[in-house]
Design a protein around this ligand. Structure first.
Ligand SMILES: [Zn+2]
Length: 513
């Protein structure tokens, strides 16, 4: 054994108990009381976690590190981004491959992996972006278009075989798919049993709004919100849900931020469709009021923060799993029996309320409402955000959050708004299960030793100065948190301790999903 964490309160999505955790070769080898190092095992490090919570690291399935947007790049590369993640208790991230025009998907994947492998400090997975089925440098005859489409769709199976089983499409921006393309891509995803992630905002509606505002000189940042209000998002969510139902594809709505869209998702979930929804901490902590602030452009992201009604609907859904679905909210000392990510005994049917896609699951509770929390971490420097002074259309879209997600949600649990079990379900267990990170998402035998030690008594005030991102401001400035991670381990390696980053670029490994 290399490490024994003693006497902490281990919490999983399914419950909690005071016990020890043994780690060897990067894996959790035992979760039981009174673990002692072997007689000849002098190398074993013993960490006393009395009074601390021992939690699985968070799995943030939505980051945009090293992403070019026009002539600028998102502020964090894979090193700085995963450093910030690690310091916030996120031990796995999933980022995106964005193929260039006419670049093969596999070629783009290879390039992205090379970049990430050299820099990532924590394990990472990737989603494949699918855009511009009709982009074509050849003469644009119908045959050529159809040929390219088919080639691209065919390549999706090869991408899946190469370890990327989730695909991302946009319903707005230049890279958006038409309704017909979206339908064909979803049908293809269904064929190869892949998960389709959708950015849902209705392009025609928001462009029409923007055109009216620009023509009448209404270009202050409040009009960023007004051009993409609740209805614009809801309309696209409803469309995506309809197409998923029609094609039978597994659908994952990214950054869901409005009450009406949530309702559409919940109805489909109740009907039994494999449809999942993610929201982000920024939509839980802020409303559209931020766009009335003088520095409102620093909060510009798409979809934008919405009104109070949407915010409370999101919170209600985030809290609803407590004691109602799965085992969330219950406490006890029931032993977990997992080995290599597989269930060994039938006593514990499932760690989460979401039907497992990879781990065999004996019971499937209906996963209604928000299933995951992720960040959409995509920050830009203030001087880049400043391009939008006087004209919101010029502000690069995106905000930060990878270092704030877990501490913020755990703090809300610590304050009593929801249980720690539910936070772990949303931030770790569910994303790991939905995306197929089999060795992540639980403190249990056979899982990777991605572990967060959390001190419930440590108060923390977020400031740009104590964050580990490269960005020069934070929307979370001044946020007061009750409790904070004090140690973070990635596959048994200590990568964060009391404010200090101890990880190394290149430690992170690609996770095939
Ligand atoms: Zn995103």
């Amino acid at each position: 054994m290399n490490l024994i964490i003693k006497n902490g309160t281990v919490i999983n999505a399914g419950g909690r108990y005071v016990t020890d955790v043994a780690v060897s070769g990067g894996k959790i080898t035992a979760v039981e009381k009174d673990i002692a190092p072997g007689e000849h095992d002098r190398q074993t490090k013993i960490v006393d976690a009395s009074g601390l919570l021992v939690l699985p690291g968070a799995v943030d399935v939505h980051t945009h590190f090293e992403l070019p947007i026009g002539d600028i790049w998102s502020a964090d590369d894979f090193f700085a981004g995963t450093r910030a993640a690690a310091c916030g208790g996120v031990t796995t991230i999933m980022d995106f491959v964005t193929p260039e025009k006419n670049e093969g998907l596999l070629e783009a994947l290879k390039k992205r992996k090379k970049t990430a492998d050299a820099k990532a400090c924590i394990d990472y997975g990737l989603h494949m972006g699918i855009s511009g089925l009709n982009d074509c440098v050849l003469p644009e005859t119908a045959e050529v278009k159809a040929g390219l489409n088919d080639r691209l769709l065919a390549e999706m199976a090869e991408v899946k075989a190469a370890g990327v089983s989730s695909f991302k499409v946009f319903m707005t921006y230049a890279s958006r798919l038409t309704v017909d393309e979206l339908r064909r891509t979803l049908a293809r995803a269904r064929e190869i049993n892949a998960l389709m992630m959708v950015h849902a905002e209705d392009h025609e509606a928001l462009e029409a709004n923007r055109a009216v505002f620009i023509a009448s000189g209404k270009t202050d940042v409040w009009h960023h919100y007004l051009s993409r209000p609740e209805a614009v998002e809801a309309k696209a969510v409803e469309k995506a849900v309809d197409l998923a139902k029609e094609t039978g594809a597994k659908l994952y709505i990214v950054h869901l931020a409005c009450a009406e869209g949530l309702k559409a998702v919940e109805i489909a979930q109740r009907e039994g469709y494999p449809i999942y929804a993610e929201t982000c901490p920024q939509y839980l902590n802020f409303t559209n009021e931020v766009y009335k602030r003088p520095d409102g452009r620093n909060f510009v992201c798409s979809p934008p923060m919405k009104g109070e009604e949407s915010q409370s609907a999101l919170w209600e859904s985030v809290c609803q799993g407590d004691g109602k679905t799965g085992d969330s909210g219950k406490t006890g000392d029931r032993p977990l029996s997992y080995s290599n990510g597989r269930i060994r005994q039938g006593s514990v049917p499932c760690l989460t309320a979401v039907p497992c896609l990879t781990v065999p699951c004996l019971t499937v509770a209906a996963p209604i409402g928000i299933n995951t929390l992720a960040t959409d971490h995509c920050p830009f420097q203030t001087f880049e955000k400043d391009r939008g002074i006087g004209d919101f259309t010029k502000t690069p879209n995106g905000v930060m959050g990878v270092e704030n997600l877990y501490p913020y949600m755990l703090s809300e649990a610590n304050k009593g708004r929801l249980t720690f079990e539910r936070v772990i379900e949303l931030c770790s267990a569910n994303p790991a299960r939905i995306f197929g990170c089999e060795a992540k998402g639980a403190i249990a035998e056979g899982f990777d030793a991605d572990i967060v030690l959390y001190d419930q008594t440590k108060d923390f005030t977020v400031s740009q100065k104590n964050m580990h991102s490269e960005v020069d401001y934070t929307i979370w400035e001044g946020t007061k948190l009750r409790g904070y991670p004090v140690r973070v381990y990635s596959r048994g390696k200590l990568i964060y301790k009391n404010g200090e980053f101890l990880g190394k670029p290149g430690h992170g490994r690609f996770i095939a999903t």
